[in-house]
Ligand binder design. Structure first.
Ligand code: FPP
Length: 246
């Protein structure tokens, strides 16, 4: 699946994005095109995620954030939701060790409270194993919504005010961010959305204020090393001004 290195899209090693965020979209269509059940698309998507994490770590990316299950994905048919949960459990049982052997640190963004005790236990174990690692951070977003992340942060601010730990006039961007899932991570430099849709779908609404966006029709399970390098090359061609002048 991976292209040969010698034929690869050239990249400037001095301008690798520190943080890449990905909406892993198109799994269902990938499966349908092959006459397979949607779950086969999610399964192929999880393999693509695994390969992408390894490739991006080698490129020198420091943070990778992936949208695996949104606060809105509960609206899908219960059997598809269950299949994604089963896939996550299988993934956390089998594949996490391989990522951590590559020194990749995994953590989870989102409200994890609605998940089964078994999945939450696997998540806690993964967090524990990851503590030994010092390499790229991978943030897996589960029951994650950008609005929900901001709301949970706002609630934590209100609680700290009520407890007398914080004055309302002390609330600034830093204070809110310190209570959000993204605390400690730099803002994404590049947001990639495969699958042909041109929207953000409630992903990282706070964090993406000045991210560069890259959209492509390629479906996520087909998003190989060449596609990743194309996205990074597009980023390297952008001029970032953050609202200022050149
Ligand atoms: C969007 O494609 C994908 C999802 C809602 C699920 C993503 C989950 C995985 C890739 C697997 C688990 C991840 C990890 C980190 C192990 P879609 O189903 O909306 O595709 P469609 O638009 O073609 O229907």
């Amino acid at each position: 699946m991976l292209g040969k290195k010698e034929k690869q899209v050239p990249l400037d090693p001095q301008n690798i994005p520190r943080h890449i965020a990905i909406v892993m979209d198109g799994n269902g269509r990938w499966a349908q095109k092959r006459g397979l059940p949607r779950k086969a698309g999610h399964s192929a998507g999880s393999e693509t995620f695994h390969k992408a994490a390894t490739i991006l770590a080698e490129l020198g990316v420091e943070h990778l954030t992936v949208y695996a299950f949104s606060t809105e994905n509960w609206k899908r048919p219960p059997d598809e939701v269950q299949e994604i949960m089963n896939l996550l459990e299988r993934y956390l049982k089998k594949s996490v060790r391989e990522l951590t052997e590559n020194n990749i640190q995994l953590d989870f963004w989102g409200d994890l409270t609605p998940f089964s005790p078994k999945l939450r236990q696997l998540i806690a174990q993964t967090d524990e194993i990851s503590k030994q690692c010092t390499g790229m951070h991978v943030h897996i977003c589960l029951n994650y919504g950008g609005r929900d992340e901001i709301l949970r942060g706002a609630r934590a601010l209100a609680q700290d005010c009520l407890a007398g730990k914080l004055l309302p006039e002390q609330i600034d961007e830093k204070a809110l961010e310190a209570r959000m899932d993204c605390r400690g991570a730099p803002a994404p430099d590049l947001l990639i959305r495969p699958g042909g849709e041109l929207r953000i779908s409630n992903f990282l609404l706070w964090e993406c204020a000045y991210s560069e966006f890259y959209f492509t029709d390629t479906l996520w399970p087909d998003f190989d090393e060449t596609e990743l390098r194309r996205a990074v090359a597009a980023y390297q061609g952008r001029q970032r001004r953050f609202g200022g002048l050149k």
